[in-house]
Design a protein around this ligand. Sequence first.
Ligand SMILES: [Zn+2]
Length: 524
Amino acid sequence: MRTSLLLSLMLCLIVSPITILRAAPETEPSLPLPHDDVLIAPAGLSFASDDTSVPRLPSQYLAGNVAVRLVLPESTGALDPSTEDWTPELISQVTNQARAALEWWRERLPAARLEFDLVVQVAPTKYEPIRYGLAQEGLWIGDVLGELGYDSANYFEQAYMAAFDLRDQRGADWATTIFIVNSDRDDGYFADGRFAYAYLNGPFSVITSDGGPYGTRWLAAVIAHEFAHLFGALDQYSAAGIRCDQRSGYLYTPTTNSMFNNCGSNEPSIMRELIASFMNGAVDASARAQLGYRDSDGNGIIDVLDTTPAITVTASLQATGARPVVELTARDIPYPSPVQPDASINPITAIEYRVNGSVWQLATPVDGAFDSIREVAQIELPLYDGEYTVEFRALNLIGHMSSLITQTFTVSQLGPAPAYEVPEPARLAGNALTLHLVAPATTRAVEVSFQRDFARAVRMPYSPALGVPLPEVAELTLLVDQIASLSLYVRFIDHNGLPSLAYMVPVELPQPEQWLVMVPLVAR
Ligand SMILES: [Zn+2]
């Protein structure tokens, strides 16, 4: 183990001697690795506290938005003598190291859409945590999490509650907790000789502020290593005894880079050595796969994000003399895990329908926004008397589309469809957009919006030549020539108050002059 480590360090020296010399650690590079630092949380607790419709562990794979709670326990002296104290300098030091570790992972996994949200909390406890070992961790962890407002007789249950709460509070896909135990005046080790460990796939990790032999200077490397355990990666150093065929993580992939029994592919990796790997950004393919970072079909989208939505009609109501009402449920179908609950983090971004092959219309979700992996829309189909073929589909964040659902509808006793037409583009004239419209004279109103979902639409009485005053739909000043293609969405409201399908109308801008117009922030 040491020979190959030295060899890889020597190779690094040959490749980039200046970097290595400048960044050379003050301490011996081949430091002892965190011993037995991967633990398994008790089963059966994790799902009970997650009351969302889809059961999810707090940290299944490393992609998307990740909220990280950095907890710094502060002893009050109420039970144990307080021997350690967080100073502003030490707090900012460990915070910066944690930030560096997270940023390091973000750079390693560019296709994972990673965004970290670090929440730092100093929390009181009557214990002095550095005095204890793994066997007694429940004492101070339970105390600390209780102080943070998570009460249960079981500290794992508390940790899951804390993770789910943080995830919901920050609107994140995943959440985890890292306890940094102050060891400033101690030797950097717990009573049992440990200095860093983590529960595989969460819910938390525990690290001393000195990172044992690594010191505060290399704490980021220690955090980066433990963080990988929190998201499913196993150790690869020889002493960990992980066989090359041992599987882990959401994708349940083997540890093919393990040093144990010389079975591995022998790539440098943060899972087998900390300092040089951290400096050089080394993560091997098997650790990446255990974190969920694998692109089986080579389409540039990692498997866990390579998902497709499905759509079903959950209710359909057709009454004589009324418009048909359809309820649709769209759900993103996760990339399946052989061992964990299937989980997708790609929200549904649209539920659409079209009538007789016309332009796709956007439905409005029941909860007001397309932002979760399950969305429901109720659509009153804007139809008049006749027979119609209506198709429905859903799209997700990566633009993948569900298969189509086709239904036929027969409408009667509502009257014939009014002859609506928007014959030409909208034109900018002065401080208004001019629209030419064709509709029956009895048409009650017209709704105009720059947004497909008719958010903040302007409603005006119908007129064949309509002037839409721009300031009424405006929020932001933009130069016209900065807008690639601006469209307007128009729908008619008939004499009974029934809306029509939406018409997409291009906006024609006078060229080549530059006009200053007011358009909404979201105009595309
Ligand atoms: Zn480890």
